[in-house]
Design a protein around this ligand. Sequence first.
Ligand SMILES: [Zn+2]
Length: 106
Amino acid sequence: MTKTDTLTNLVKERIEILFDEAEKAFKTHPERSNRYVELARILSMKINYKLPKEIKMRFCKFCYAYLVPGANCKIRLNSNKKVKTIQCEVCGKTRRIPYSQRNSPK
Ligand SMILES: [Zn+2]
């Protein structure tokens, strides 16, 4: 394992911890959750690590607020277009994410 790999693994682990903490803090201190998102972003940028899809969906791409469905964001599924729409209620912007078509016949 190279030095870079070790660093990447370390950062990945750290980012996962930050998001776990963000989830825990959200109920009592939502502003702390946003701070954890910011820290995770800074970490990933420092080593040029692209955040995985599951992580990216947990915060707003525009205002970087930590998103919790039912609390500060709305998620709608469009089964015809196979698109998931996430609306951030902090900044009001929406983003569309195509979701996998595992059950698609073609
Ligand atoms: Zn937003």
